[in-house]
Design a protein around this ligand. Structure first.
Ligand code: AMP
Ligand code: GLY
Length: 464
C-alpha cells in the first residue's frame, strides 16, 4: 500500500508524534500538519538519524472546508487524520466528507458525542450495559433551584464518598471535580452552576459515583462494527509529583501498563465495552469510525469506563508511536477508507507493538494549569537544547525521541508558545533504563520556568 502524503489536523505533541511516524516511513513524501507548531519542523531531525520525508507545517490554509479539501487534492493527500477534538465537535468531519472523496479518519459529529457530551455518553453506556459509574444527570437550572440541604444530600447519593461533579459539555479539561468532602462538593456545584466562560459547557451537570482504583488509557481503531486494539498506556494527569497540584492535559506516560492492566481485563474491555459500543452506535444509525480512547478505572468490581475520547491521547500517543510497526499506517488508511476488515483478515485484531518499555516526560511552564500562580504562564521564553541528544539516542538498545507541543521559531532559535512545551520519549529494554534516559534528556532542555514531574514511571516495577 503506497501512502505518500498524509494530512494531520492538530498542533500538539500528539500530532507531532503521528507526523513523525509517517515522516520516517520510506514511502512518505510529505506529512502536512494543520496548523502544527514550529517545533515539528525540526525536532525529528535532531533526535534521530532516521530518514525523513519532507516535513511540511501548514499555518495559513483556511479552515474553510472547501479550501481545505482543495488544498488536500492539489497536494495529493492520500488521507487525513483528525488529531484533536475541536474539529470533531465542530462537524468538520461531516462537512469534509460531503465535499471530498479523500479518506478521513475521525467520527461524525453525532458519533463524537461520546466525547463531547458526557450526558449522551452516560445514557449510551446505560442503554447498552457498558460498565461505568452510577450517575444522575441534571440541567443546571434544576441544581440551581435546590436548597443547601438538598444539595448536601446529593453528595451521598451513591456511597459515603462525595459524588464526582462533571460538566456534560467540552470544558478544555476543567469539567470534572472529584470533591474530597461535602464542602468541596458544594463548592463544585456552585462553580459549575455559575461559571459562564466560553469553552466551558456546564448546561447539563452529571453527578457520578466516586470510583477508586488505578486508571489506564486504552486505544482502539474502529470502523463500523470492526475494531483493532492499538495499545494501552498510563498517563499522569496531575501537575506535581505524587499526583498533587491541578489537573493538566497530561504530564507524562509510560507503557506497557502491565502493573495496572491484566490480559484478562484487556479482554473484558474489548468484549464488554468496545464490541457493545460499536454495535450500539450502528443501531443508533451513527456508526463509529476513528480512534476510540477509553479511560478506564480498574476497580475491585472490574474495569469501569470513566470517559470516552474520540481521538488519540496526549501524551499517551508520544509513548505509543515509537513502538508502532509499519503496518499501523495501513490500518489507519484502511479504516479511513471504510476497509478495516481487510487489515484484520491480513494481520489479526491487534497492532503488534515493539517489545520495549516506553517512557514519556512532558516539560511545561511552572505556572501551567494555574499551578503556583494566579497569573497566566509566560510565553516567548528561549529554549536551550544541546546537541547531546544525538549521542543519547545512539545507543543500540535505547532510543530517544523529542516531540514538540508548543514551540515557536524566531530566526534559528525556538521559544515557548504555550503551557505544555516539549516532551521526551525514551525506549529501552527495561523501564528503569527508559526512565533514566528520558530524564537524562529532559534535564538537558532548558527554559526559564521549566517544570516537569520527577516521578513518571516510578514505582511500577523495574522489569515491567
Ligand atoms: P475525565 O475528564 O472524565 O477523564 O475525568 C478526569 C479525572 O477525574 C479522571 O481521570 C479521574 O481521575 C477522575 N474521575 C472522573 N470520574 C471519576 C469517578 N467516577 N470516580 C473517581 N474519579 C473520577
Ligand atoms: N491524556 C488524556 C487525554 O488525552 O485526554
Amino acid at each position: 500500500m503506497n501512502i505518500q502524503n498524509v494530512m494531520i489536523l492538530g498542533n500538539g505533541g500528539r500530532e507531532h508524534a503521528l507526523a513523525f511516524f509517517f515522516a520516517r516511513r520510506s514511502e512518505t513524501k510529505q506529512v502536512f500538519v494543520f496548523p502544527g507548531n514550529d517545533g515539528m519542523e525540526i525536532t525529528p531531525k535532531v533526535v534521530t538519524s532516521a530518514k525523513f520525508a519532507k516535513f511540511n507545517c501548514l499555518k495559513k490554509i483556511s479552515e474553510e472546508v472547501l479550501e481545505f479539501s482543495l488544498f488536500c487534492e492539489q497536494h495529493k493527500v492520500d488521507f487525513i487524520i483528525v488529531g484533536s477534538e475541536l474539529p470533531l465537535s465542530q462537524a468538520f468531519v461531516d462537512r469534509f466528507v460531503k465535499n471530498s472523496k479523500i479518506p478521513l479518519l475521525g467520527p461524525s459529529q453525532a458519533a463524537a458525542m461520546l466525547e463531547t457530551s458526557k450526558d449522551f455518553s452516560k445514557n449510551f453506556m446505560n442503554e447498552f450495559s457498558i460498565p461505568t459509574a452510577k450517575y444522575i444527570s441534571f440541567k443546571k437550572e434544576e441544581l440551581l433551584a435546590l436548597s443547601f440541604d438538598q444539595i448536601e444530600n446529593l453528595a451521598s447519593l451513591f456511597s459515603n464518598r462525595p459524588a464526582v461533579v462533571k460538566a456534560s459539555g467540552l470544558c478544555a479539561g476543567k469539567g470534572v471535580i472529584v470533591p474530597a468532602n461535602k464542602i468541596e462538593f458544594h463548592a463544585a456545584i456552585k462553580e459549575f452552576c455559575t461559571k459562564n466562560e466560553e469553552g466551558f459547557d456546564a448546561s447539563q451537570i452529571i453527578l457520578e459515583e466516586c470510583l477508586t482504583g488505578p486508571e489506564v488509557s486504552l486505544f482502539y481503531l474502529c470502523q463500523g462494527e470492526n475494531f483493532i486494539e492499538i495499545g494501552s498506556a498510563c498517563d499522569y494527569k496531575r501537575w506535581g509529583d505524587q499526583n498533587t497540584g491541578p489537573n493538566t492535559g497530561g504530564m507524562g506516560a509510560y507503557l506497557p501498563p502491565k502493573n495496572i492492566l491484566s490480559d484478562e481485563n484487556k479482554k473484558f474491555i474489548s468484549t464488554k465495552v468496545i464490541a457493545p459500543l460499536l454495535a450500539g452506535m450502528m443501531k443508533k444509525g451513527t456508526p463509529y469510525n476513528g480512534i476510540l480512547f477509553v479511560g478506564a478505572m480498574i476497580t475491585e468490581d472490574g474495569p469501569k469506563v470513566i470517559e470516552f475520547n474520540c481521538r488519540f491521547g496526549d501524551p499517551e500517543t508520544q509513548c505509543l508511536i515509537p513502538l508502532m510497526p509499519d503496518n499501523f499506517a495501513e490500518a489507519l488508511y484502511l479504516a479511513a477508507s471504510g476497509r478495516l476488515l481487510e487489515w484484520i483478515l491480513k494481520y489479526g485484531n491487534s497492532i503488534k507493538l515493539a517489545d520495549k518499555k516506553s517512557v514519556h516526560v512532558v516539560m511545561t511552564h511552572a505556572h501551567y494549569a494555574g499551578a503556583n500562580s494566579e497569573i497566566e504562564y509566560s510565553k516567548n521564553l528561549k529554549i536551550l537544547m544541546p546537541e547531546i541528544f544525538l549521542d543519547l539516542g545512539n545507543k543500540s538498545d535505547q532510543e530517544l525521541f523529542i516531540f514538540s507541543c508548543a514551540l515557536k521559531k524566531n530566526g534559528n532559535d525556538f521559544f515557548t508558545n504555550g503551557g505544555r512545551i516539549i516532551g521526551v520519549t525514551a525506549l529501552a529494554n527495561s523501564n528503569f533504563k527508559a526512565r533514566t534516559l528520558a530524564y537524562q534528556a529532559a534535564r538537558e532542555i532548558y527554559f526559564e520556568g521549566r517544570h516537569m514531574r520527577s516521578d513518571i514511571a516510578n514505582n511500577i516495577g523495574e522489569d515491567l
